[in-house]
Ligand binder design. Structure first.
Ligand code: ADP
Ligand code: X2W
Length: 309
């Protein structure tokens, strides 16, 4: 046995103690998507991380995506795909396919993967228990997007009862309108709505980039922590652009709704969730409200979690 490796492993466990103590009982919402969902070995790493959070006493809630899988299925059915401003234009047929892929397949499979590693999990649609109540959403230039929903209310009853019974809720981003119709919701927005309604301690976005970078393409320029004003400044300067703009806006919206910390993590790195939450350095970008300077969650300040490199 390589003793120095074993000792290093023990030291990692010891480093985690203050985080385990502080976060026990906290609700953490994980937006799961991207490479971490399509690559089998990364997928297993995420599943075991989520199970580990549960074993360590947190209350994890998963909101999953599946945009790529919906596009694949639509392609197989000969239905064209169109996005406007990052939202899928969703006619009745597309809404049926999105619901089938998200609620019928991805969510149920994630729940059974979690069950395989020994934790109870239940895949629910945002329609179940009228959890995600939506109104019709329009494009930025008032375009008709069809059955795309904007979450106006989250009924947390079903989520809370699953958590209280020891299950991990796995929520698909499908909502119900006042008209009773099925609406497709961008998963990032659904995760923000869920995290806000649950007043989650943390919201974690898994994406396909290291976090927010000063120079996209240079991973050494990662911002380890950002306040809302700093993030707004980076958007105004154009440092944050493209797909990272709506994601950053989602982070800000979640903080506005009372979520303490929002993390953007690289889902291409195995065990990124555990590395972020339970190590001093973290691995992605943590965003906090302006009244919190750097990373001063109680646990972080207790152990002196490093601020931006
Ligand atoms: N400052 C930045 N830091 C990191 N990524 C950025 C930044 N500005 C623009 N981006 C782009 O945003 C992308 C992430 O957004 P997106 O692909 O929409 O994420 P997701 O598919 O996970 O929702 C990155 O791959 C990168 O190309
Ligand atoms: C309205 C809208 O665009 N809904 C998304 C829902 C899935 C999603 O958001 O998946 P990712 O997180 O993998 O992108 C879609 O149809 O693709």
């Amino acid at each position: 046995m390589d003793m120095s490796r074993e000792i290093a492993k023990a030291e990692v466990l010891i480093e985690a103690i203050p985080y385990i103590r502080t976060f026990a009982g906290s609700t953490v919402v994980i937006k799961y998507g991207g490479s971490a969902m399509t690559d089998e070995s990364l997928k297993m790493a995420v599943i075991t991380d989520i199970a580990m959070l549960k074993y360590l006493g947190l209350r994890p809630v998963v909101v999953h995506g599946g945009g790529r899988e919906i596009t694949d299925m639509l392609g197989r059915l000969g239905i064209p795909t169109r996005f406007i401003g990052g939202q899928r234009v969703t006619d009745v047929q597309t809404a049926q396919v999105a619901e089938m892929v998200l609620s019928g397949s991805i969510g149920k499979n994630l729940a059974s993967d979690l069950e395989k590693v020994g934790v109870g999990a239940v895949g629910i649609s945002g329609k179940d228990g009228r959890t995600l109540q939506v109104e019709k959403k329009k494009g930025h230039h008032n375009e008709d997007l069809g059955y795309v929903g904007n979450v106006v209310h989250v009924d947390v009853t079903l989520i809370e009862s699953l958590l209280d019974s020891g299950f991990i809720p796995v929520i698909s981003p499908v909502g119900i309108g006042q008209d009773g119709a099925t609406y497709n919701i961008n998963a990032d927005y659904a995760a923000v709505a869920v995290a806000g309604a649950l007043k989650a301690r943390k919201l974690v976005f898994l994406t396909d980039v290291e976090g927010i970078l000063a120079d996209v393409g240079d991973s050494s320029t990662l911002f380890r922590s950002l306040t809302v004003s700093q993030a707004r400044g980076l958007m105004a300067e154009g440092v944050i652009s493209g797909g990272m703009v709506p994601k950053t806006e989602c982070c800000i919206a979640a903080l506005d709704k009372g979520v303490r910390h929002v993390h953007i993590l690289d889902g291409r790195v195995a065990h990124s969730i555990l590395l972020e939450i339970y190590t001093h350095r973290g691995i992605g970008t943590m965003m906090t409200g302006d009244d919190e300077v750097g990373s001063n969650d109680q646990a972080d300040s207790e152990v002196g979690k490093e601020e931006q490199a």
